[in-house]
Design a protein around this ligand. Structure first.
Ligand code: KIV
Ligand code: ZN
Length: 492
């Protein structure tokens, strides 16, 4: 959380930090670095609030090797104090301007001070990958002797490569036998995750990561990628409940307003999406053909999608259409495929709603047998009264149901009655409602377009055209709800 919040332009509110801490705890992270308590009053209060939350994760506070910083961490009641000091010549010369001996002594004293307060201590040699190896060994040796619990090797400016980082971590593990070694990798060259994995191979037992790879400059090692790399590629164990990875990534996207790229590994919208005919066909037969297999969408709380576009083949179109309730014959399938490719060739994206519109035009309505709601009878009473009343009779998943509801007008009453068929707790919301007159006159044919959305944000729309506006509204609503339910049932 601390380095993640150092992303330029990102600053979490007190409530945002608390929400995120609870989510990280639910995800199963071992240590949450909640903040840098000395940096501001608000930061101090957020860290203390999180520390008092009673979470399973340990709560850590960041501190320089300065008494005032350490005291602020202790006042914030953290369960781990993370102290750091620059160790590379370039940073020492231009920032802290102290001698090596002074740095070593102050670091060791700080460890003892923290330990005297009965709190565990983590020590970081900042810019370790640009630090002279002898000095690194010396300072780690000194803090170990002072009773430090964990030492951290930060690749502060992201210049390590996996092979060199492996050697460095191995050397430190060998020279500090018995210590828990931790790493903290920045992503300036896109190698933060690779370096973290190499470090674990070399003997590191803790890895500092951030959700969505946020952090200073190009960010830190990405939590989801590191965890899945460790578990699925290295067979290592972590405490992370991977099924919450996507949920956590999306929460952080919302809190920070930093968008997850479409192609982000593990959690990106496209991480398990397939477009080309060859890939989609393979995946429909057996998902391992064009996915890693050792990592599935279910493992990380994601879903597999077949996306239609100019590379699409007929197997994929058939599967997508069946999932939304259409049963095209070969000729219709061919025509739909042709129209989809024509849109793709124009460089346009094909949305689920486009696919429905094409299928409606070519095949007609959703196959009756696959509809969750089949409308039987319908009546509306309206006039110069305060309310309108609608009564609907329908077969809902094989069960005959009759329901009445009132509304501010006939359409409102009808919409409420239809939604009532699914029970009060339906998560389906009406998002779009448009009426267009297709022909003129009082007997004009009215086209009603209705969009509905479920609680995952999935939207579908449907249309119906009739002379009776209320009837058209009800038909469009029922068919939109049927599509949404089919999509949910088919996991799309
Ligand atoms: O990048 C870094 O070196 C840090 C330290 C405070 C560990 O964030
Ligand atoms: Zn950092």
């Amino acid at each position: 959380m601390r380095d993640g919040e150092q992303t330029p332009g990102v600053s979490l509110t007190y409530e945002g930090k608390l929400t995120l801490a609870r989510q990280l705890d639910k995800l199963g992270v071992n240590v949450i670095e909640a903040g840098f308590p000395v940096s501001s009053k608000g930061e101090f209060e957020s860290v203390r609030r999180i520390a008092r939350e009673g979470l399973t994760s340990k709560i850590c506070g960041l501190s320089r090797i300065v008494r005032a910083d350490i005291d602020r961490c202790l006042e914030a009641e953290v369960s781990l104090v993370h102290i750091f000091v620059s160790t590379s010549d370039i940073q020492i010369a231009h920032t802290i301007k102290k001698s090596h001996d002074e740095i070593v002594t102050t670091a060791a004293d700080s460890v003892r001070y923290i330990k005297d307060h009965g709190v565990p201590c983590l020590f970081s040699a900042m810019d370790a990958t640009r630090t002279a190896p002898e000095f690194l060994r010396k300072i780690f040796g000194a803090v170990q002797e002072a009773g430090c619990d964990i030492i951290n090797i930060p690749d502060t400016v992201g210049v390590a490569v996996p092979s060199a980082f492996y050697s460095l971590v191995k050397e430190i593990c060998d020279s500090t036998k018995g210590m828990t070694v931790d790493v903290h990798c920045h992503n300036d060259f896109g190698l933060a995750v690779a370096n973290s994995l190499s470090a674990v191979e070399a003997g590191a037992r803790e890895v500092q990561v951030t959700v969505n790879g946020l952090g200073e400059r190009a960010g830190n090692a990405n939590l989801a990628e590191t965890v899945m790399g460790l578990q699925s590629l290295f067979g290592a164990q972590t405490t992370i409940k991977t099924e919450y990875l996507v949920e956590t990534a999306k929460l952080v996207e919302r809190l920070t307003e930093v968008k997850i790229p479409l192609t982000a590994p593990v959690v990106g919208e496209n991480a398990f999406s397939h477009e080309s005919g060859i890939h989609s066909h393979g995946v429909i037969e057996n998902s391992k053909t064009f996915e890693p297999g050792v990592m599935t969408p279910e493992m990380v709380g994601h879903r597999r999608r077949i996306v239609l576009g100019k590379h699409t083949g007929k197997h994929a179109v058939k599967q997508v259409l069946e999932a939304i309730g259409y049963e095209p014959n070969d000729e219709q399938l061919h025509e739909i495929l042709h129209r989809i490719k024509a849109i793709g060739d124009k460089g346009k994206q094909i949305s689920d709603i486009d696919v429905q519109a094409i299928a409606d035009a070519v095949v007609g309505e959703v196959a009756k047998g696959r509809q969750a709601i089949i409308l039987k009878e319908f009546a509306v009473m309206t006039g110069n009264m305060l309310t309108s009343t609608a009564t609907v009779k329908a077969n809902v998943r094989g069960e005959e149901k009759v329901l009445a509801n009132i509304g501010v007008g006939p359409v409102d009453a009808a919409v409420k009655a239809v939604r009532g068929l699914l029970g009060d707790d339906t998560s389906i919301k009406l998002r779009d409602f448009r009426i267009e007159a297709i022909s003129g006159g009082s007997d004009a044919l009215a086209e009603v377009i209705i969009g509905v959305e479920d609680d995952r944000g999935k939207r579908v729309s449907a249309r119906s055209a009739r002379e009776d506006i209320v009837m058209a509204s009800v038909e469009a609503l029922v068919s939109a709800i049927n599509r949404l339910i089919l999509l949910e049932e088919n996991g799309r």
